[in-house]
Write a protein that binds this ligand. Sequence first.
Ligand code: DQA
Length: 159
Amino acid sequence: MMVNDRARNLSILVLHGPNLNLLGLREPGIYGASTLTQIDAQLVELGRSLDTHVESSQSNHEGSLVDAIHTARDRHDGIVINAGAYTHTSIAIRDAISAVQLPTIEVHLSNIYKREEFRHHSYLAAVVIGQISGFGADSYQLGLRAIVGHLQRLAGDEC
Ligand code: DQA
């Protein structure tokens, strides 16, 4: 019963990494015209239709992203993360995701595999449930649906 109640009231942290505060201005040909505020508002809206509380946070600093992941442990059921360039460099963010053991979906606006070779490797890929890459702002929406579906299946299995 507790598990079912929890499944109906999920809470998800959406975490945006460096330079994503400039969405809308930043290379719109690659990242699209939507601003971060618009993306976050759409996620709250989608969350409502999925009975899921959505909270978003952005930081340009690696340590702040690590702190946000640690804090999420007691506050949220899962994470959707676009770690931006830290995807390709940050063992610290990978270790934080691994440490808190919260189901996490990695998202990217652009298709990182169609771009420069240094973007083809993700330090996060091995510790997340899955990765969504290349659908612009929709990547976040797909990521939210994916994490909610995953958590609901988990809750169902525990019944
Ligand atoms: C990104 C892809 C990264 O390679 C890049 O550094 C970003 C954004 C994306 O959403 O497509 O900042 O994560």
